[in-house]
Design a binder for this molecule. Structure first.
Ligand SMILES: *[C@@H]1O[C@H](CO)[C@@H](O)[C@H](O)[C@H]1NC(C)=O
Ligand SMILES: *[C@@H]1O[C@H](CO)[C@@H](O)[C@H](O)[C@H]1NC(C)=O
Ligand SMILES: *[C@@H]1O[C@H](CO)[C@@H](O)[C@H](O)[C@H]1NC(C)=O
Length: 501
């Protein structure tokens, strides 16, 4: 852990000084020593360190099973077929796919390739097949679940038709027991169930680390974008890298977000009307006072605020920045101050001609943003709602080698920006720096509620080569061989059994 290492060094220096002064006094780790370190850190801080990945402290990503993991049921052993419809944007669908695989595993069901709700938010028709590499998905998960492309045909009373799935809406964040009882009974009765809608329908905290690791296998290994999306993304990344480091920013300054947050005072009366209308149509009524919302950190950062933060941290105007975002609300007026601070700004229209641009609309466009943000040296989310783009990326970057993520603490920053707006700007850069340097930068850390498993899968999906705790020990290198042999031996065994019958 980069920060704690540095703290350790500083603590060491402090220790010598203190020991000299107060010989024989036991110095306890107290809040006063933290304050001291805090100020130290600001002076010591070198922004260049952030371009490197965080120190992993011996941890590495690993989501292979660590205990006995039997192969999925064969066709005849399966309890039935599981169909799901994943709604929402790219990342909400992504987490729903992970959940669907886990649910199929829990229920010993055969998973029908998840359906992505493509015509709601993104006005897009590409779906699973157009976004992800399907053969790779099925192959990667072969030791975990059986996946089929569609429900099979059945023959009843001489007629052949598609098996019909019984429709159920699972409770939000349903516990594993719900799937082992209610859902299991239905799938056994009907042969197939259809879970819809299926976003956030499985609890994030599950007691079984093997099931959590399965989520990571899906999210970080099985779900691979299609070659055209990966090609576009790597073209962008190579272009940005050609001159050194680059950072990506997810600027969540979009109509839906702003309407949801209810932070509308900074907009013109016409814009406010649009936001209020959207709010009324999509969200529950609630009295939202801008100042109050802002002070508790509920307002998305404006592009200008994001610029001020990055500049205060010490990044200069030569920094290359990739902007991932939908349509920014309020137009150029809000981007102007940002561009004045950081002119080297790019987005996914930087590569290719109009044709390519057409291709990267909708889910695919979002997928390109996802890939570029995943691979960037530094990632800065500006708003982190439940299970959105930024949250999943933070988790993915952690898994992808502890890549630096700078997470602004909006609540701590709000009073600084409010002071500035009231004309008290003196020392603001130092104040911002103080806040920013006490945030985390992407090293392994404990997940604390309400942090999502998809934002931080440590420790379940990480391991150590020399672990003190047996549960953290990395699995043996031959884990795949073991799974492969189990896969074959039970296949043969079940053939033998059915032959005997
Ligand atoms: C699924 O299969 C495993 C292994 O055969 C078994 O232990 C478990 O009880 C089954 N669960 C359900 C819900 O059928
Ligand atoms: C960056 O800032 C320096 C002054 O600090 C200025 O001379 C230079 O023109 C700026 N570069 C760009 C690309 O705006
Ligand atoms: C991307 O950049 C281009 C050119 O700089 C600009 O015209 C366009 O509006 C930007 N798109 C988004 C979504 O920001």
């Amino acid at each position: 852990m980069r920060r704690s290492l540095r703290s350790a060094k500083l603590l060491c220096r402090l220790w010598v000084a203190i020991a000299a002064l107060l010989t024989g006094t036991i110095w306890l780790w107290s809040s006063s020593s933290l304050v001291l370190l805090g100020t130290y850190r600001v002076q010591d801080f070198s922004v260049n360190e952030l371009w490197r990945t965080a120190d992993s402290n011996g941890w590495r990503a690993s989501s292979a099973p660590r205990t006995y993991w039997p192969p999925p049921p064969t066709e005849s052993e399966s309890n039935g077929y599981l169909r799901v419809r994943c709604n929402g944007g790219l990342t909400q669908q992504r987490t729903a796919i992970c959940n669907a695989v886990v649910v199929a595993r829990i229920m010993n069901a055969t998973l029908v390739l998840p359906e992505l709700d493509t015509n709601s938010f993104w006005h897009d028709e590409s779906g699973f097949v157009g976004t992800y590499d399907v053969p790779h998905f099925i192959k990667t998960l072969k030791y975990d679940v059986r996946i089929v492309m569609s429900l099979p045909k059945i023959t009843a009373q001489g007629k052949t038709k598609k098996l019909k799935a019984y429709k159920i809406e699972p409770p939000r964040d349903a516990p594993v027991t719900w799937y082992k009882t209610t859902a299991l009974e239905k799938i056994r009765n009907y042969g197939a169930i259809y879970l819809t809608p299926f976003a956030h329908r499985l609890a994030e905290e599950i007691d079984d680390p093997e099931l959590q690791r399965l989520r990571c296998r899906v999210n970080y290994h099985a779900l691979q974008f299609k070659p055209n999306i990966r090609k576009t993304s790597s073209d962008i990344v190579n272009n940005l890298r050609s001159e050194g480091h680059f950072m990506s920013i997810h600027l969540r300054f979009e109509l839906d977000m702003l309407a949801y947050a209810g932070c509308i005072d900074i907009f013109t009366p016409e814009e406010q009307e649009i936001l209020l209308k959207y709010r009324k149509e999509h969200f529950a009524e609630k009295k939202l006072v801008y100042r109050e919302r802002r002070i508790i950190g509920k307002c998305p950062l404006t592009p200008e605020e994001v610029g001020l933060i990055i500049r205060a941290m010490g990044f200069d105007n030569t920094t290359r920045i990739y902007l991932a975002s939908g349509k920014l609300f309020g137009g150029e007026r809000f981007m102007k101050p940002f561009k004045a601070m950081f002119p080297r700004l790019e987005n996914h229209s930087m590569v290719g001609s109009g044709k390519l641009e057409e291709n990267i609309q909708g889910l695919a466009g979002s997928a390109v943003d996802y890939m570029v943000c995943l691979l960037s040296d530094i990632f800065i989310p500006t708003y982190d709602g439940p299970s959105n783009f930024a949250n999943n990326l933070m988790g993915h970057r952690l898994y992808h080698g502890f890549r630096t993520t700078i997470t602004p603490n909006r609540k701590a920053l709000a009073p600084i920006f409010m002071d500035m707006e009231e004309g008290h700007a003196s020392g603001y850069e130092e104040r911002i720096r103080q806040v920013m340097l006490s945030t985390r930068f992407g090293a392994p850390h404990r997940r604390i509620h309400p942090e999502s498993f998809y934002t931080n899968s440590w420790p379940e999906c990480f391991c150590q080569m020399k672990a003190r705790n047996q549960a953290d020990q990395c699995p043996l290198n031959n884990v795949n061989d073991v799974l492969e042999s189990q896969f074959h031996s039970t296949g043969e065994a079940s053939v033998a059994v059915s032959a005997k019958r």
